[in-house]
Design a protein around this ligand. Structure first.
Ligand code: SF4
Ligand code: SF4
Length: 235
């Protein structure tokens, strides 16, 4: 994102709208800290600048990945869709992607303001891969990995900052304790936050053993169930 300096008159109305505090007023003109900017285009979309000083510039690789993962209107080049995760995470009753004896995990790194670098994403991805996790080959972030079996990402994107990245996949249920312990450990080595989705299929008697495993390891659990009506045939 750039601010046309000839159009800006330094009113500062745009400053509070930046999700990463990248806009400041210097010498009565708004400027953008290029390192902090994640190319989300919120400053332009809120349309607060009456002078229309915000302009989206052409982004080259690897900087272009900031827009891909931060601008909700931007389509992911690998999937051609705007989402950063797969619909299967939320519609397992239709797709049956996650089965009994397996546990699905979605690790959502970053938030507005905090953001994340791909260096931190790779640290988490490598820990997961080393702990018996298989990345979902249909997930957008798996598609940009150089080697999904080890969780590595292209080296040139590691310093790029974005609002949010989702890692998705699954593992045999018996791997859940080591995965949860690994996430606790790696959370101290990264400079961002993440939330954790655990996708699990209840047993025939209605019990959900993964909830007890997570609680035992000190994770606060907030179970959510979703009923999808009229969208297809249950798997
Ligand atoms: S709202 Fe427009 S004119 Fe005002 S400081 Fe921001 S860019 Fe400049
Ligand atoms: S594109 Fe996003 S991060 Fe960059 S200046 Fe605008 S609001 Fe801030």
């Amino acid at each position: 994102m750039i601010i046309n300096q000839e159009k800006c008159h330094g009113c500062a109305l745009c400053v509070p709208y930046c999700v990463t505090n990248a806009i400041t007023i210097v010498n009565k003109k708004a400027i953008i800290d290029r390192e902090l900017c994640v190319e989300c285009s919120v400053c332009m979309q809120v349309d607060v600048c009456k002078n229309h000083a915000f302009e989206e510039d052409e982004l080259e690789w690897p900087r272009s990945i900031r827009r891909t993962y931060s601008n909700v209107m931007s389509k992911h080049p690998q999937t051609g869709m705007t989402g950063r995760g797969t619909p299967e995470m939320k519609t397992n009753e239709l797709t049956g992607k996650y089965k009994r004896g397996e546990v699905g995990l979605g690790v959502e790194l970053g938030r507005p303001d905090v953001c994340t670098t791909f260096r931190d994403v790779e640290k988490v991805a490598k820990m997961l891969a080393a702990s018996g996790f298989t990345f979902d080959h249909e997930a957008p972030t798996t598609m940009i990995m150089t080697d999904p079996t080890v969780g590595s990402l292209p080296p040139e994107i590691l310093n790029e900052r974005v609002i949010c990245v989702i890692l998705e996949g699954k593992a045999p249920t018996e791997k859940l304790p080591v995965l949860l312990e690994g996430l606790k450990k790696v959370s101290k080595e990264i400079d961002t936050v993440f939330s954790l989705d655990v996708i699990t299929v209840e047993e025939e008697d209605g019990s959900v053993p993964n909830i007890e495993i997570a609680r035992r390891l000190g994770y606060p659990v907030r179970p959510n169930a979703k009923t999808t009506v009229g969208l297809g045939r249950p798997a």
